[in-house]
Write a protein that binds this ligand. Structure first.
Ligand SMILES: [Fe+2]
Ligand SMILES: [Fe+2]
Length: 261
């Protein structure tokens, strides 16, 4: 369970759901005066970064490519991505720490997040093409999620998205595209890239969450997100699909291999 909110003596709601929906932004000091529902959504988002981004330290899946990537240049780029994901995690911790006694810190244990978003990262990767596909697809999912939070209602998070999360996430996805294009320069590499994309395309689509999720509408009402899971997924397919095709890859069937619809 992610972080829980500690109800302190000052739990009166001074900033209502209607206020926030109507354009009222919220600072860190004001968070405790918002509806508990909003506080939990915000803390959940921050905790997702604090605990989730450290997946890059999962050796079998991710970090072994720091030494196993084909060329020295690739290894340096992998290390840079690992460093930047850990910066993302630390930024999540900083934003949580900023909330002080509002958050129950006994809940903030280094738990491995569960759920659709991290499904793919429980599998070891043995082909470099897979790392390329992970970067090109799952980091791109992150970009699609973050681009609509650049102006979200919780100001410290909007600021972090603008300065720390979104710019670096775009770089991770760009490295992935670079590696996929390189692989696609030979028939052998293209076959490996296709196999990796076939595996990671459904996992990336699953990361957007279920289309029927009730919480997605609450996120939108509070201006923490702007699109539904399905809208975001559809835009991803129509943007990223043609890019893959331009490298000579075939876009997998959007329904095959999926676990979360
Ligand atoms: Fe990240
Ligand atoms: Fe990333």
């Amino acid at each position: 369970m992610p972080a829980t909110i500690v109800a302190g003596p000052e739990t009166e709601v001074r900033i209502s759901k209607e206020d926030i929906a109507g354009g009222r932004d919220v600072t860190a000091n004001e968070l405790r005066y918002t509806p508990l529902e909003y506080q939990e959504l915000v803390v959940g988002l921050l905790w997702g970064h604090a605990a989730g981004e450290a997946f890059v330290l999962e050796h079998e899946t991710f970090s072994h490519w720091a030494t196993d990537a084909p060329r020295a240049e690739d290894r340096f780029m992998v290390v840079t991505t690992i460093k930047e994901e850990l910066e993302h995690a630390l930024e999540g911790w900083r934003l949580l720490r900023q909330l002080g006694d509002l958050v129950d810190w006994t809940d903030l244990l280094p738990t491995r997040p569960k759920g659709s978003r991290y499904e793919g990262f429980r599998h070891p990767t043995t082909d470099w093409a897979e790392f390329a596909a992970i970067s090109a697809l799952t980091d791109r999912v992150g970009c699609f999620q973050q681009e609509e939070q650049l102006a979200c209602s919780y100001l410290p998070y909007a600021d972090a998205i603008q300065k720390v999360y979104f710019p670096l996430e775009k770089g991770h996805a760009a490295r992935g595209r670079f590696w996929l294009r390189q692989l696609c320069q030979t028939d052998e590499g293209q076959a490996r890239a296709q196999k990796a994309v076939d595996l990671w395309w459904p996992r990336a689509l699953d990361m957007f969450g279920r289309s029927e999720s009730k919480r997605q509408y609450t996120f939108i009402e509070y201006r923490l997100k702007t699109r539904t899971n399905e809208q975001r997924r559809t835009e991803f397919i129509s943007t990223v699909g043609p890019e893959l095709e331009s490298y000579g890859l075939t876009v997998p069937d959007n329904m095959v291999g999926r676990k979360y619809f």
